[in-house]
Design a protein around this ligand. Structure first.
Ligand SMILES: [Zn+2]
Length: 329
């Protein structure tokens, strides 16, 4: 289980033990945040008859009682989940859920419904689900999972208890890296850049990363990088994202060279031709320098945000000068 899920496990364990677990639960967060593994854990501790708390206070299924055995065989009768490979979740799917909910539980415990990719529900399906959610005396726990909260009807979200699952990012990620000194669990999809769904923005991102790599490795393209920092709304966020990726790469060099290879390749039309090999990328600054550059960037972003009247162009120029000074040390 990813480290950032433990706090949610702890909360859900307490709520389950105290009989305060909501009947409609919504696990929301970016792709890669581990929502489904959290959901599967929750299903199992709800149905297990002998779940015990571990040292951290998190309930752990026994894996040997009748319920656990049936669950592992995929034949626990009071659990229903929808396969999420279809394009959308329609009214018929929700009718299956309603019929399941209305039946008496075979094993006398709660019935559990897991609905991954809940945002795929059509409006009609969501309205049908609302009726089920409003059914009085429901002896059923309904777990919705979604990458995209905005796609869900507000009438659905307002009836669910929301658990906002956020992987570590930025400062918290770096701190955890320094603390743990291990590559375990940190390669989740930590920094989603949702703006990259726009093709135009994606092109700018590639341009930006190519410039940044040139600047950090070969001390070239400074003017172009400065222009991007001044003109592109996302540039500072991308800068922060790239530096975090680089620090992560300390723990997995292959991961970094694969990523940078891809980026250089993608941006390569104007630059090097042909296949870009890992060796052509050159040496990145060492981790300590990257870490310090990251601190410079974070400081600069803070200044940009906190000052009412600020000469942004001056600050970005100063940032690049500071970074160069750092690289020359
Ligand atoms: Zn069990």
């Amino acid at each position: 289980m990813q480290p950032w899920l433990v706090q949610h496990q702890l909360l859900l364990s307490q709520q389950l033990e105290q009989g305060r677990l909501a009947h409609a639960i919504l696990l929301a967060g970016v792709a890669g945040a581990g929502k489904l593994s959290l959901a599967n854990w929750l299903v199992q501790v709800i149905l297990c008859r002998q779940a015990q708390k571990n040292d951290q206070g998190v309930l752990v299924p026994c894996n040997s009682c009748k319920s656990c055995r049936l669950y592992h065989q995929g034949s626990y009768p009071d659990f229903l989940t929808l396969a999420s490979d279809s394009k959308h979740i329609g009214v018929d799917d929700i009718r299956r859920i309603s019929a399941f909910v209305e039946k008496t539980a075979h094993l006398g415990k709660n019935k559990i419904v897991l609905l991954p990719m809940a945002e795929k529900m059509t409006t009609a399906a969501a309205n049908a689900l609302l009726k089920t959610l409003e059914e009085p005396g429901l002896s059923c726990v309904l777990i919705l999972v979604s990458d995209d909260l905005d796609m869900l009807l507000p009438t659905i979200t307002s009836r669910c208890r929301l658990y906002d699952i956020r992987p570590l990012s930025g400062q918290a990620l770096l701190e955890s890296l320094h603390r743990e000194q291990t590559q375990e669990n940190v390669f989740a999809n930590v920094s989603q850049l949702p703006e990259l769904t726009d093709e135009q923005v994606q092109k700018q991102f590639r341009q930006f990363t190519a410039c940044l790599l040139d600047f950090l490795i070969k001390r070239q393209n400074r003017a172009a990088l400065l222009a991007l920092l001044n003109e592109n709304t996302y540039a500072f966020r991308w800068l922060e994202y790239m530096l975090v990726t680089m620090v992560r790469s300390q723990y997995n060099w292959l991961c970094w060279s694969a990523l940078s290879g891809k980026l250089v390749d993608a941006a390569g039309q104007g630059g090097a031709s042909g296949d870009v090999q890992g060796d052509d990328i050159g040496q990145l600054p060492d981790t300590e320098s990257i870490w310090q550059i990251y601190q410079l960037v974070v400081g600069c972003i803070k200044q940009l945000k906190s000052m009412v009247q600020v000469n942004a162009a001056y600050l970005s120029e100063k940032l690049l000068v500071d970074i160069e000074a750092r690289l020359d040390k």
